[in-house]
Write a protein that binds this ligand. Sequence first.
Ligand code: NAD
Length: 480
Amino acid sequence: MDSLKMFIDNQWVKGSSGETIQTKNPANMEVLAEFPRGSTEDIDKAVQAASEAFKSVEWREILPAERSRILLRIAGLIRENKDELAKLETLDMGKPLTQAYADVEVAARYFEYFGGAADKILGETIPINSEMLDYTVREPFGVTAHIVPWNYPLQMTARSVAPALAAGNTVVVKPAEDTSITTLKIAELIEQTDLPAGVFNVVTGYGHEAGDALSQHPDIDHITFTGSVPTGSAVMKNAAKHIKSLTLELGGKSPNIVFADADLEEAANWVVKTIIQNSGQTCTAGSRLLVEKSIKDKFLERVTEIMNEVTIGPGINDKQMGPVVSEKQMENLKKYMEVADEEGTEIIRGGKAREDMTSGLFFEPTLVIPKSKDSRLAQEELFGPVVAAFEFETIEEALELANSTEYGLVTGIWTSNINKALWLSQRVRSGQVFVNNYGAGGGVEMPFGGQGKSGFGREKGLESLKHYTQVKNVAIKISK
Ligand code: NAD
C-alpha cells in the first residue's frame, strides 16, 4: 500500500491532523493507498500559498507565452506517463483500462488546448466617442478552488485546472475521497515543470471537512464544483457567505430520443454505450430512452440483446464494463431498485448486482420502464448502468418527455429527418445537443454545462476561459 502526501506550496506534506484515509480497488476491495485526511488548517495553508503565489512577481509578471509553454509541458508529461496514469485510474476508480487511457488523453488535451489559448485571452475596444479610448481587459480572479468528483478524477482535474492556470489564476484542488491518487500524480508531474511554487496545490480529504472548508474560505475567488445537486447547493451557500463566483456541474437525466426513421442499429448501440460507459457513473450518461411507439418493442428488444452481450469484469482486464466506484454507490443503486419495485417499474433486463464477480460492486446493465414520467426512476440521477425507457407518438410528446425532469445537460436525437432534429434541438432544455451521435468523441473544444438543476457556467472550449477571468473596463479621456 502506498502512503501518499498532499501537495502544498511545492512541498509534499502529511497534513496537520496526521490522520489518513484509505482508498480501495473496487474490483477486489484491496486497499491501494492511503492519503492525508486534510483539515481546515491544511486548507488554510494551501489557500495562503496560492494567495501569495498569485501576488508573486514570478506569477503575476510571467509572460502569457510562458504560461502556455508550462501547460504544454504538463500535457507532454501526462502523455509520457500515460501507462502509469491509466493503470492507477483503473485500479482506483474501477473503469476499464481502455476508458482510463481515453481519460488520460483527454486530460492531456485540456492542458494542450488551454495551453494554446493562454496567450490569446483578448479584450475589446469599445467605441464611445472621439475623445475617449475605451477598452476591456480580462484579468484572472485570483485563487480558484476546484472540488473534483470521483467518476473522472484525472479528466475533471484537468478540465478546470488547465483553463484556470491558462488565465493566470492560482489553484487549490480537493479531489474526491474515493479517488485521489491520479490528482496527486498530476501534482508530481507539475512539480517537474517551471510552474512557480504555490500556483498549484492539492489538499486531500473528505468533502464535509476539507471540501467544506475550501468552499467557504474567504480568500478564494472562484469555485468550480462537479458532483451532486445537494452538495452543489451546500457549496453555493458557502460561496454566498463571501460572494464568490461559481461554476456548478451537477449531473443530469439525459435522454436519447429515437425516431422510427433513424439508423436503428446505430442508435441501439449508442443507447447501450452511453449508459455502460464508466458503469453509468457519468454526468452525461444517456439514462433515459425516449423511443417512437411504432418501433418501441423491436427497439427495446435490440437494446436488450446488446446489453446481454456486454462483457463485465475488473477494469484492469479491460472488459466493456467494470465495477461501480464504492460500496456506497452500490448501496445507492440497490436502494433505487427497491424504489423501482415500490413504484411498479417494469424491469426488462438486469436490475441487480452480479454475484459471480471478484467483488460485490458489479451491476448488471439494466433496462426499465418506469410507471410514469414523474416516478423517481424517471426523474432522479441513479449514477449506474440503468436506462429508463418511455414511448412517444408525436414530436411534441417527445419534447415534453425530454423536458420533463429538473435537469438539462445533454440530449441525443436519432433521426434521418433534419427538420425533426432542428425543431427539437431548438426547444429542448439541454446544455448540449447531439444529432445522430452522442458526445462527438470527447469534445474538449465544445462548451459544456447545464440548464436547470444540471448547474450553470460552462466548462470546455474557449467559453470556459470566461469563467476564470473577470472583465475590467478602462476608459481614457483623450485631449490634445
Ligand atoms: P458529492 O457531490 O457529495 O461529491 C463530489 C465532491 O464534492 C467530492 O470531492 C466530495 O468530497 C465533495 N464534497 C462532498 N461534500 C462536500 C461539502 N459539504 N462541501 C464541499 N465539498 C463537498 O457526490 P457523492 O456523494 O460522491 O455522490 C453522490 C451522487 O452524486 C452520485 O450518486 C451521483 O448521482 C452524483 N454525482 C454526480 C457527479 C457528476 O459528474 N455530475 C459526480 C459525482 C457524483
